[in-house]
Design a protein around this ligand. Structure first.
Ligand code: AKG
Length: 266
């Protein structure tokens, strides 16, 4: 069974209540919170949905996941007293705090978020592999995620450039806090049953962020607008015969490199 999950999947509805899980077939199942935690601690289950070695993952959400962001202090008020966020940002920069519970062996695919983030490990061990945003060209991106799922044994015939991506690896244990800067790619594997909390905050001026973003992973509005304009430019280029399209596309790439790449890197 493939234990790598495509990003957040668990859904919590209130601390003591039911958790909603999405199976591979897209169907939703609910499980009482204590049962979810119980199953997440087990490597092999007596009770399961699909297979005895299935993995469980809780990623808490806001009251209305389409409108509200997760704040562990609101959805799990009993834990509020226990939560003290590191004071590295102003209260008004706070975006979300996400409760995460994972089975041993659960792996989240490589992705980036658009906000700075503290990943706080409460219990269990986790391996985190990070890639610089400047290695994005080697990661075969589909949106915010990398298509290279098996980062330890990548298929280099399919993904030859991945060999050039430089990985930074660390191990988190209970009490450790990892700072994951915005745009840094991260791949997380829980080596043991794990409980953790994320804190995301806005380090850019608030107007830069997409107001409809409840997960902290929608690109800043200027980046999305620029991507739309680029799509229009590409459509316009497609009016040309292939040889011309290729020539002008290469000139555009050079123009972008010259005008928009930072001179401070490399
Ligand atoms: O630790 C986890 O379960 C996931 C962490 C993560 O993806 C994040 O911090 O954005």
């Amino acid at each position: 069974m493939d234990t790598r999950l495509p990003g957040p999947r668990g859904r919590s509805e209130r601390g003591q209540g039911a958790c909603c899980l999405r199976g591979p077939d897209g169907l939703h199942q609910t499980l009482p919170f204590d049962k979810l935690v119980q199953r997440a601690t087990e490597e092999k289950h007596k009770e399961f949905f699909i297979s005895e070695d299935e993995k469980y993952y809780l990623r808490s959400l806001g009251e209305d996941p389409r409108k509200d962001v997760a704040d562990i202090r609101k959805q799990f008020p009993l834990l509020e007293e226990d939560i003290k966020f590191p004071k590295f940002f102003k209260e008004e920069q706070f975006f979300s705090s996400v409760f995460r519970i994972s089975s041993p062996g659960l792996q989240l695919w490589t992705h980036y978020d658009v906000m700075d983030n503290f990943l706080i490990q409460v219990t269990g061990k986790k391996r985190v592999v990070l890639f610089s945003p400047r290695d994005a060209q080697y990661l075969y991106l589909a949106g915010t995620k990398s298509e290279v799922l098996d980062i330890d044994n990548p298929d280099l015939t399919k993904y030859p450039l991945f060999a050039k991506a430089r990985r930074y690896e660390c191990s988190l244990e209970a009490g450790d806090v990892l700072f994951i800067p915005a745009l840094w790619f991260h791949n997380v594997i829980s080596e043991e049953f794990g409980v953790g909390v994320n804190v995301f905050w806005k380090h850019l001026p608030p107007e830069c962020y997409d107001k409809t973003d409840t997960y902290g992973n929608k690109d800043p509005t200027a980046a999305s607008r620029a991507a739309q304009i680029l799509d229009r430019a590409l459509k316009t280029l497609s009016e040309l015969p292939e040889e011309y399209r290729d020539f002008y596309a290469r000139r555009m790439v050079l123009h972008i490199q010259d005008r928009a790449y930072s001179k401070n890197f490399e």
